[in-house]
Design a protein around this ligand. Sequence first.
Ligand SMILES: Nc1ncnc2c1ncn2[C@@H]1O[C@H](COP(=O)(O)OP(=O)(O)OP(=O)(O)O)[C@@H](O)[C@H]1O
Length: 548
Amino acid sequence: MSAGPVVRPTRATVLGGLLGGAATSAGIALTATSGWLIVRASERPVILTLLAAIVAVRAFGMARPFFRYLERVVSHDAALADLADRRSSVYAALVPLTPARLGRRSRSQVLTGVVDDLTDVVEAQVRVTVPVLSSAVAGVLAAGLAAWFAPAVGLVVTGLLLVLALGCVLAWRVESRSRDELLAARAETARIGDLVARQAGELRAIGAQDVALGWLEEAHDALRRAVRRQSRGRAGVAALVLLGTAAATVAAAWLVDPAAVGAPVAALLVLVPVAVGEALAPLVDTMRALARAQGSSARLDALLDQRPAVHDPEHPAAAAVDRPGDGPRVRLEGASASWTGGADQLAPTDLDLVPGRHVAVVGPNGSGKSTLLAVLARTLDVSRGRHTVDGTDVRDRTLAGVRADVAVVDDEPHVFATTLAENLRLARPGADDDAVRAALGLAGLGGWLEGLPDGLGTRLGTGGRGLSGGERTRLGVARAVLADRPVVLLDEPAAHLDHPTATAVLDDVLDATRDRSVVLVSHRAEAIDRLDAVLDLGDRPASPLTKE
Ligand SMILES: Nc1ncnc2c1ncn2[C@@H]1O[C@H](COP(=O)(O)OP(=O)(O)OP(=O)(O)O)[C@@H](O)[C@H]1O
């Protein structure tokens, strides 16, 4: 899926552009007719002859905010609706890419980036498409009106419009070029600053502090140069627009003959380039929004155009009906996997899971423990070897079918800003209160629940009750228990807990999942003695079950 073109006129943006054009034209007409009125009034005519112009000045003065308001309502309404639609479709496109195609950034970082980028792209409708259309409408009207009074002034205004268009192109080039340069320079400054701050002790110990400070100085210099280039570019474009307006005003004053058209009309014509320059100059600034939106759109496209790591087969096999126990038999035979399609991050691994069997997975950092869980949860497929469920290769089954058997508990279960009951029911919508209470009890949260003033209705998360690390982990376990899936994958559930809490939590987890197949990734020795087998991924190349 692509984020779509940045500038894409729709019915609403065209309507917004026309309304904006009416507002900008009213502003130009207000300046021009005011000039006419002031000069005509200085001739002290009969007051009645000025009435039409006075009414016109008032009408233009009121029309400008009126049309601007309508333009804002129409264009913002359309942009917000567009944002809602595009967010839904982008989230839907992100789901199949999660987690394998999202890189190593956390999901919240990915989501924050996507939300910001999408907002930039949608805002471009309001900040770029509408002003460009408005300016085009107002510019053409002003040039036509001036040409009607004096063709030469019409040509001058047309020339000014061309200068403004050139200013926009130059501004867009300045912004597009400086965007990448500034982003790279800022990232490099932050990276080296972080290194110097975090590793200060080590750098001092090896006498490399001055060298590192030199790198920081170089990074700052590069950032300064990038900012200076951008500022110079912006200043140059602003000067071009101002000089163009001044030159057009002088040219109009030189070309208009007050004796031929009368002093009031001459004043009106001389003021048209001033009014056009003033009303359309902000268009140059919209090029910042355009360049930013194009960068955001390119980032979104790069993310969303990826092929998901796993997908449904064309002709899925049916799930086994006669299972040996209460759950599936899951087997890995020489299974290896890669996140990127290159080198394997999980070396050939064997695993045999049957209901009631609890297996610990250990190994040093980066040995592929979480990758193994991703394979079992089918967010990643094996690159070699076999992954079967009840004898059927999982790639012949639907993703939903395989995942329906699996519950995953990671080291930081998310607590949503809603009630305790709703936080649990995410795992099994429709579960009644008794089932929710039972799951909390099995996860060791029974006593905690009794102490809550509002029981299951207690609000958690932002604005609600906070949870300790242990309570949070148990909440994740309670969700897995409530989900009632036969295979439970636990990714370092006790990672952030102290020793006694970790022991208690892991004991409760293993009791609560006694009849299920469990794979527990852990660096901690606390619970491992209670498990049926230990799979050591640090023990390469073979990966035997070392304890039976
Ligand atoms: N979503 C991902 N995209 C790309 N590479 C990844 C992704 N997740 C993990 N990796 C890489 O796969 C390799 C194995 O990582 P994995 O998280 O499975 O190891 P681990 O044994 O669980 O490590 P740790 O104990 O630090 O959690 C690492 O090199 C890691 O950088």
